[in-house]
Design a protein around this ligand. Sequence first.
Ligand code: EPU
Length: 298
Amino acid sequence: MTALLTSCFAGFEEICRPDAPLADLTWYRLGGPARWLISPRDEAELAAVIQRCRAQGVPWRVLGRGANLLVRDEGVDAAVIRLSAPHWSAVDVSAPLVRAGGGADFTRLVRSTLDQGLLGLEALAGIPGMLGGIVRMNAGGRHGSIADFVESVRVLDPAGQVADRPRAALGFAYRHTELDGCIVLGATLRLSPGDPDAGLARYRAIWNEKYATQPAVSERSAGCIFKNPPGEAAGRLLDRAGLKGARAGGAEISSKHANFIVAGPGATARDVCELIERARARVRETTGIELAPEIEIW
Ligand code: EPU
């Protein structure tokens, strides 16, 4: 069986693991294995992996920090690609522009740009992820989103070509981009030179504000489960529907913020899915509003 599995990726043995557990690569620490987990070391190797996937008819997905993701208990029957090799986390500062790889840790990037007197990203304090995932979903919060800072994004496009796309071509909207089928190799951000202490103070204030209203980032969640519908807050709707504290197995709708589902001991991905469906149905019944998931479910 293993021989058959690996034969799809013959020649990539150094970077490809068959039947690789994914749970510990996600914030939820839930879910089954990937049929293949592949960590390309540079752009050429990534392009070759994608070409092989195409030739073999193997579907592929990109895993970042797994902070906005729920992997189902059955696992993922696909090649899961992870830009975790050192190449992908390179950061090159040419103030006020910062070019960073898609695998750059976002929290670290926020801190290091602030330390260098480049302000802006502190607006996104407390959002975990790899830069690629942050860009792909246009992550953000009440103080802004990554779209506010992106000049251009370097992608491997669906045709397998490396291309630089300017911000106008990215289709940024609320938690949305037009980057489907693309792999974010890196992004160029435009920040604002300023006083590092002022930036750090704002960073701390935003962290504290989040901590006061949301489960801690150390808890097992995927952040907000649903997108905010136009003119409404999903958290408020879920709260009003009486869902705080609702449980399924080891998963619970947070009593601190109703748009978070936190996994406790013994939780399974199925528990989280069950709560998502229950919450969605209850809001539909009580308000007529259909909530759309913000998290990815594999
Ligand atoms: N609210 C309730 N009950 C709750 C939660 C919220 O009544 O259980 C009310 C609040 O009182 C407030 C309103 O709902 O009046 C909005 O709540 P909040 O200010 O907490 O912001 P949010 O809209 O729920 C958004 C983002 C968060 C981001 C915060 C802060 C979405 C879906 N969520 O939350 O992003 O951290 O603003 O910037 O856009 C995420 O994307 O994963 C995420 C957590």
